[in-house]
Ligand binder design. Sequence first.
Ligand code: CTP
Length: 412
Amino acid sequence: MASEPPPRPRVVLGVGGGIAAYKVCEVLRRLTESGHDVRVVPTASALRFVGAATWEALSGHSVSTEVWDSVHEVPHVRLGQSADLVLVAPATADLIARAAHGLADDLLTSTLLTARCPVVFCPAMHTEMWEHPATRENVATLRRRGAIVLDPAVGRLTGADSGAGRLPEPVEIFEFAAAVLRRGGPLPEDLAGLRVVVSAGGTREPLDPVRYLGNRSSGLQGYALASAAVARGAEVTVVAANVTLPDPAGAKVIRVGTALELRDAMRAAAAEAQVVVANAAVADFRPAHYAESKIKKSDDRSAPVIDLVQNPHVLRELGRERLAEGQTVVGFAAETGDELHSFLELGRRKVAAYGVDLLVANEVGADKVFGQPVTQGVIIGADGVETPVPPGSKRALADAVWDRVVELRRMS
Ligand code: CTP
């Protein structure tokens, strides 16, 4: 007999009346496409930004702001009781205030009172509103009662102004929600009190003012590691090499271009960090000479010869030197394997060669891993423990890495 498919996780997506409501359409899309059953509960003012038709088309369910629609179904009780997760985005100052005071004057706030599942608020508002003592106290109240309130990102706000209060990127909200659902509750704050530095992206080694030697790393994995660490309570610094993605909310981002710049930034941050994760694709070589003006074609059709010099191996330095006591060092190895060795064997060798505690060996190819949302690999420990990570999101791999880091630090 064919077995029943597992029930789809039920998510109530509460949408507040803020301009960032338009970004939440993408959160909804990602949730439904990954198999979640999503009921959207907008506030009346949310519908002034994004209309009911959009929410209904994207979720496949009708939407209502009021407890007076379909009263026979008692929606204000049923929705909250049957949800596996309530996700509120954008959580405006007003909505946070109403939730903190236990008001139940529309369908969303009533749902918040009846929900017994994890509740995640994703605030978005102007910096002044976010920093106002009233909002600070309301956020503290919600957190004290067990709700998860994300810190907003820092960046461009509605107009030309920028500051703290920006809604985290849809992918970050989606990945966070998926992680809470995977765990069935709030994420463990098991990295609290730790300073963590993560390198992300790929270095570029300039040849002349318009050209460089570079690689295809997008920074997605490094940023997923940073977001996951923030969510688990760490103080996170990201050394970002040529990453064009929006900054991960809650992390400090230091931008670098070349391998030598990355090395300086990593060494400075690592001196203060308990955990170092080297995820950036660092160019092994750089042009020996930088041409101050653009290199031109020659009339005789001969190609220029470019001399290269080797860059320092930043991870090997960090692994061997250990710039702070008791530091955990994690590397990544993008391997294709060769005729003689599997990608895993090559990864094992690097654990010893680089002196790291953990090395994540990714099998890469033209269409694997680089710039792709899905990844897989094996986390190889210097202690001989190998943890395969099945194909999944870069955030899931990031959480698997942090799980191992926490385990290693507990044992030491
Ligand atoms: N790395 C580094 N400095 C370099 C090159 C790489 O710190 N100059 C780090 C990367 O951040 C990554 C790890 O080393 O964590 C592994 O990188 P990999 O892609 O395996 O490159 P290589 O070490 O150069 O290995 P191979 O010689 O096999 O290409």
